[in-house]
Write a protein that binds this ligand. Structure first.
Ligand SMILES: *Cc1c(COP(=O)(O)O)cnc(C)c1O
Length: 267
Protein backbone atom coordinates (compact mmCIF):
# COMPACT_ATOMS: atom_id res chain seq x y z
CA UNK A 1 0.00 0.00 0.00
CA UNK A 2 1.03 3.54 -0.69
CA UNK A 3 0.73 6.01 2.15
CA UNK A 4 -2.09 8.55 1.72
CA UNK A 5 -1.00 12.17 1.52
CA UNK A 6 -2.82 15.45 0.93
CA UNK A 7 -1.87 15.16 -2.72
CA UNK A 8 -3.70 11.86 -3.04
CA UNK A 9 -6.76 13.23 -1.31
CA UNK A 10 -6.92 16.17 -3.71
CA UNK A 11 -6.40 14.02 -6.78
CA UNK A 12 -9.14 11.66 -5.67
CA UNK A 13 -11.50 14.59 -5.05
CA UNK A 14 -10.70 16.09 -8.43
CA UNK A 15 -11.17 12.79 -10.20
CA UNK A 16 -14.46 12.08 -8.46
CA UNK A 17 -15.72 15.55 -9.25
CA UNK A 18 -14.92 15.16 -12.96
CA UNK A 19 -16.51 11.71 -13.04
CA UNK A 20 -19.66 13.06 -11.38
CA UNK A 21 -19.88 15.90 -13.87
CA UNK A 22 -19.46 13.50 -16.81
CA UNK A 23 -22.17 11.26 -15.40
CA UNK A 24 -24.61 14.09 -14.92
CA UNK A 25 -24.20 15.46 -18.46
CA UNK A 26 -24.68 11.95 -19.85
CA UNK A 27 -27.82 11.49 -17.75
CA UNK A 28 -29.17 14.87 -18.77
CA UNK A 29 -28.73 14.30 -22.51
CA UNK A 30 -29.54 10.58 -22.38
CA UNK A 31 -26.15 9.44 -23.62
CA UNK A 32 -25.69 5.77 -22.75
CA UNK A 33 -22.09 5.29 -23.81
CA UNK A 34 -20.08 7.46 -21.54
CA UNK A 35 -17.05 9.17 -23.06
CA UNK A 36 -13.62 7.96 -22.09
CA UNK A 37 -11.91 10.17 -19.52
CA UNK A 38 -8.24 10.79 -20.26
CA UNK A 39 -6.47 12.17 -17.20
CA UNK A 40 -3.86 14.59 -18.51
CA UNK A 41 -0.92 14.21 -16.15
CA UNK A 42 1.68 16.40 -17.91
CA UNK A 43 4.13 18.08 -15.51
CA UNK A 44 2.59 16.19 -12.56
CA UNK A 45 4.57 13.75 -10.40
CA UNK A 46 4.18 9.98 -10.62
CA UNK A 47 2.63 9.80 -7.13
CA UNK A 48 -0.40 11.67 -8.42
CA UNK A 49 -0.78 9.32 -11.37
CA UNK A 50 -0.52 6.29 -9.14
CA UNK A 51 -3.24 7.70 -6.84
CA UNK A 52 -5.56 8.21 -9.79
CA UNK A 53 -4.73 4.75 -11.12
CA UNK A 54 -5.55 3.19 -7.78
CA UNK A 55 -8.91 4.96 -7.92
CA UNK A 56 -9.62 3.14 -11.17
CA UNK A 57 -8.35 5.63 -13.74
CA UNK A 58 -6.67 3.82 -16.67
CA UNK A 59 -6.25 6.35 -19.51
CA UNK A 60 -3.59 9.02 -19.05
CA UNK A 61 -2.46 11.75 -21.44
CA UNK A 62 0.95 13.36 -21.85
CA UNK A 63 2.10 15.92 -24.35
CA UNK A 64 5.89 15.91 -24.13
CA UNK A 65 7.56 12.84 -25.64
CA UNK A 66 10.49 12.84 -23.21
CA UNK A 67 8.19 13.10 -20.18
CA UNK A 68 5.97 10.32 -21.50
CA UNK A 69 8.98 8.08 -22.14
CA UNK A 70 10.29 8.67 -18.61
CA UNK A 71 6.96 8.18 -16.87
CA UNK A 72 5.97 5.12 -18.86
CA UNK A 73 9.27 3.40 -18.05
CA UNK A 74 9.40 4.45 -14.42
CA UNK A 75 9.75 1.31 -12.24
CA UNK A 76 7.07 2.44 -9.73
CA UNK A 77 4.56 3.20 -12.46
CA UNK A 78 5.35 -0.10 -14.17
CA UNK A 79 4.81 -1.92 -10.89
CA UNK A 80 1.64 -0.15 -9.68
CA UNK A 81 -0.04 0.64 -12.99
CA UNK A 82 0.21 -2.54 -15.01
CA UNK A 83 -2.79 -1.80 -17.22
CA UNK A 84 -2.12 1.89 -17.82
CA UNK A 85 -3.19 3.21 -21.25
CA UNK A 86 -1.15 6.15 -22.50
CA UNK A 87 -2.46 8.80 -24.89
CA UNK A 88 0.06 10.99 -26.62
CA UNK A 89 -1.55 14.40 -27.14
CA UNK A 90 1.37 16.68 -28.03
CA UNK A 91 3.23 17.88 -31.05
CA UNK A 92 5.46 15.25 -32.67
CA UNK A 93 8.71 15.83 -34.49
CA UNK A 94 9.39 13.00 -36.89
CA UNK A 95 12.84 12.30 -35.41
CA UNK A 96 11.16 11.48 -32.07
CA UNK A 97 8.79 8.86 -33.47
CA UNK A 98 11.01 5.90 -32.55
CA UNK A 99 11.06 7.08 -28.94
CA UNK A 100 7.31 7.51 -28.93
CA UNK A 101 6.51 4.03 -30.24
CA UNK A 102 8.84 2.51 -27.62
CA UNK A 103 6.46 3.59 -24.83
CA UNK A 104 5.08 0.57 -22.96
CA UNK A 105 1.29 0.76 -22.71
CA UNK A 106 0.95 3.26 -25.58
CA UNK A 107 -2.79 3.19 -26.36
CA UNK A 108 -3.07 5.95 -28.94
CA UNK A 109 -1.35 8.83 -30.65
CA UNK A 110 -4.01 11.56 -30.88
CA UNK A 111 -1.96 14.13 -32.74
CA UNK A 112 -1.20 12.91 -36.26
CA UNK A 113 -1.48 15.96 -38.48
CA UNK A 114 0.40 15.24 -41.69
CA UNK A 115 0.98 12.47 -44.20
CA UNK A 116 4.72 12.13 -43.66
CA UNK A 117 4.24 11.75 -39.92
CA UNK A 118 1.59 9.08 -40.47
CA UNK A 119 3.92 7.17 -42.79
CA UNK A 120 6.81 7.40 -40.32
CA UNK A 121 4.63 6.16 -37.45
CA UNK A 122 3.36 3.35 -39.65
CA UNK A 123 6.87 2.26 -40.48
CA UNK A 124 8.22 2.52 -36.92
CA UNK A 125 5.29 0.60 -35.49
CA UNK A 126 5.71 -2.02 -38.23
CA UNK A 127 9.36 -2.49 -37.26
CA UNK A 128 8.30 -3.51 -33.74
CA UNK A 129 6.38 -6.53 -35.10
CA UNK A 130 3.43 -5.97 -32.77
CA UNK A 131 0.37 -8.16 -33.09
CA UNK A 132 -1.98 -5.16 -32.97
CA UNK A 133 -2.20 -1.91 -34.89
CA UNK A 134 -1.36 1.43 -33.30
CA UNK A 135 -4.45 3.59 -32.72
CA UNK A 136 -4.16 7.08 -34.13
CA UNK A 137 -6.32 10.16 -34.44
CA UNK A 138 -6.07 12.93 -36.95
CA UNK A 139 -5.56 16.23 -35.17
CA UNK A 140 -7.52 19.01 -36.82
CA UNK A 141 -6.75 22.68 -36.33
CA UNK A 142 -10.43 23.58 -36.35
CA UNK A 143 -9.81 27.18 -35.31
CA UNK A 144 -7.17 27.55 -38.08
CA UNK A 145 -4.89 29.49 -35.73
CA UNK A 146 -1.37 29.65 -37.15
CA UNK A 147 0.37 28.73 -33.89
CA UNK A 148 -1.69 25.58 -33.34
CA UNK A 149 -0.79 22.12 -34.61
CA UNK A 150 -3.24 20.06 -36.59
CA UNK A 151 -4.13 19.79 -40.25
CA UNK A 152 -6.65 22.20 -41.68
CA UNK A 153 -10.25 20.99 -41.95
CA UNK A 154 -9.76 20.92 -45.74
CA UNK A 155 -6.91 18.39 -45.43
CA UNK A 156 -8.65 15.94 -43.12
CA UNK A 157 -10.08 13.72 -45.84
CA UNK A 158 -6.78 13.26 -47.58
CA UNK A 159 -4.88 12.48 -44.38
CA UNK A 160 -7.55 10.16 -42.96
CA UNK A 161 -7.74 8.32 -46.24
CA UNK A 162 -3.93 7.96 -46.39
CA UNK A 163 -3.96 6.40 -42.90
CA UNK A 164 -6.92 4.17 -43.71
CA UNK A 165 -5.66 2.96 -47.07
CA UNK A 166 -1.88 3.11 -46.99
CA UNK A 167 -0.85 2.64 -43.35
CA UNK A 168 -1.53 -1.00 -42.59
CA UNK A 169 0.01 -0.81 -39.10
CA UNK A 170 -2.21 2.09 -38.00
CA UNK A 171 -5.84 2.03 -36.91
CA UNK A 172 -7.77 5.21 -37.75
CA UNK A 173 -9.47 5.70 -34.39
CA UNK A 174 -10.98 9.16 -34.81
CA UNK A 175 -10.42 12.91 -34.94
CA UNK A 176 -9.10 15.28 -32.31
CA UNK A 177 -9.16 19.04 -31.79
CA UNK A 178 -8.02 21.51 -29.15
CA UNK A 179 -9.90 24.55 -30.42
CA UNK A 180 -9.68 28.18 -29.41
CA UNK A 181 -9.18 28.94 -25.74
CA UNK A 182 -11.81 30.62 -23.64
CA UNK A 183 -14.82 30.17 -25.93
CA UNK A 184 -17.96 31.30 -24.13
CA UNK A 185 -20.51 28.55 -24.70
CA UNK A 186 -23.38 30.80 -23.60
CA UNK A 187 -22.95 32.19 -27.13
CA UNK A 188 -24.06 28.84 -28.56
CA UNK A 189 -22.36 25.61 -29.63
CA UNK A 190 -18.59 25.86 -29.86
CA UNK A 191 -17.73 26.21 -33.57
CA UNK A 192 -14.56 24.11 -33.12
CA UNK A 193 -16.56 21.16 -31.85
CA UNK A 194 -19.15 21.57 -34.61
CA UNK A 195 -16.34 21.68 -37.14
CA UNK A 196 -14.87 18.40 -35.83
CA UNK A 197 -18.29 16.76 -36.03
CA UNK A 198 -18.63 17.86 -39.64
CA UNK A 199 -15.10 16.65 -40.46
CA UNK A 200 -16.16 13.26 -39.17
CA UNK A 201 -19.22 13.31 -41.45
CA UNK A 202 -16.99 13.97 -44.43
CA UNK A 203 -14.39 11.38 -43.53
CA UNK A 204 -16.93 8.66 -42.86
CA UNK A 205 -18.74 9.35 -46.14
CA UNK A 206 -15.50 9.39 -48.03
CA UNK A 207 -14.25 6.11 -46.54
CA UNK A 208 -17.70 4.51 -46.40
CA UNK A 209 -17.56 4.11 -42.63
CA UNK A 210 -20.24 4.51 -40.02
CA UNK A 211 -19.61 7.87 -38.28
CA UNK A 212 -19.96 6.07 -34.95
CA UNK A 213 -16.85 4.08 -35.82
CA UNK A 214 -14.77 7.24 -35.61
CA UNK A 215 -14.29 8.79 -32.19
CA UNK A 216 -14.17 12.49 -31.39
CA UNK A 217 -11.52 13.69 -28.94
CA UNK A 218 -12.62 17.12 -27.78
CA UNK A 219 -13.12 18.92 -24.49
CA UNK A 220 -10.69 19.86 -21.69
CA UNK A 221 -11.13 21.12 -18.10
CA UNK A 222 -13.02 24.25 -19.12
CA UNK A 223 -15.33 22.77 -21.69
CA UNK A 224 -15.61 19.00 -21.43
CA UNK A 225 -19.29 19.05 -20.49
CA UNK A 226 -20.14 21.18 -23.51
CA UNK A 227 -17.99 18.92 -25.71
CA UNK A 228 -19.89 15.86 -24.48
CA UNK A 229 -23.18 17.54 -25.38
CA UNK A 230 -21.84 17.98 -28.90
CA UNK A 231 -20.75 14.35 -29.23
CA UNK A 232 -17.28 13.98 -27.72
CA UNK A 233 -16.33 10.37 -26.96
CA UNK A 234 -12.93 11.15 -25.44
CA UNK A 235 -12.35 14.08 -23.07
CA UNK A 236 -8.85 15.14 -22.03
CA UNK A 237 -8.92 16.65 -18.55
CA UNK A 238 -5.84 17.86 -16.68
CA UNK A 239 -6.08 20.69 -14.18
CA UNK A 240 -9.58 19.79 -12.92
CA UNK A 241 -8.11 16.50 -11.71
CA UNK A 242 -4.51 17.25 -10.85
CA UNK A 243 -4.73 20.94 -10.04
CA UNK A 244 -3.13 24.04 -11.48
CA UNK A 245 -0.02 23.46 -13.63
CA UNK A 246 3.17 25.45 -13.46
CA UNK A 247 4.33 26.29 -16.94
CA UNK A 248 7.34 24.22 -18.00
CA UNK A 249 10.34 26.26 -16.87
CA UNK A 250 12.43 27.46 -19.78
CA UNK A 251 16.15 27.95 -19.21
CA UNK A 252 15.58 31.64 -18.63
CA UNK A 253 12.72 31.32 -16.21
CA UNK A 254 14.74 28.82 -14.15
CA UNK A 255 17.46 31.40 -13.92
CA UNK A 256 14.94 34.05 -12.88
CA UNK A 257 13.59 31.81 -10.17
CA UNK A 258 17.07 31.00 -8.81
CA UNK A 259 17.91 34.69 -8.76
CA UNK A 260 14.67 35.59 -7.05
CA UNK A 261 15.27 32.92 -4.41
CA UNK A 262 18.75 34.19 -3.75
CA UNK A 263 17.40 37.69 -3.41
CA UNK A 264 14.96 36.68 -0.71
CA UNK A 265 17.57 34.39 0.83
CA UNK A 266 15.83 31.08 0.34
CA UNK A 267 18.18 28.14 0.36
C1 LIG B 1 -2.88 20.10 -21.36
C2 LIG B 1 -3.81 19.54 -22.34
C3 LIG B 1 -5.12 19.15 -21.97
C4 LIG B 1 -5.67 19.32 -20.56
O1 LIG B 1 -5.86 20.66 -20.28
P1 LIG B 1 -6.67 21.15 -18.95
O2 LIG B 1 -7.20 22.45 -19.34
O3 LIG B 1 -5.66 21.20 -17.86
O4 LIG B 1 -7.72 20.15 -18.69
C5 LIG B 1 -5.92 18.58 -22.94
N1 LIG B 1 -5.49 18.42 -24.22
C6 LIG B 1 -4.26 18.79 -24.61
C7 LIG B 1 -3.86 18.57 -26.02
C8 LIG B 1 -3.40 19.35 -23.69
O5 LIG B 1 -2.17 19.74 -24.10
Amino acid sequence: MIKRTMTDVNVLKGLQNVRDRINSVCLRIGKENKPRLVAVSKTKPKEMLISAYEAGQRHFGENYIQELVEKSKNPEILEHCKDIQWHFIGHIQRNKVNKLVSVPGLFIVETVDNIKLASTLNESWGNLNKTHKLNVMVQVNTSEEKEKSGCSPKEVNELASHIFKNCKNLNLFGLMTIGQFGYDSSKGPNPDFLCLVSCRENVSKNLELNPDDLELSMGMSDDFEHAIELGSTNVRVGSSIFGFRERKPTKDSTKDLTQAMEEINVK
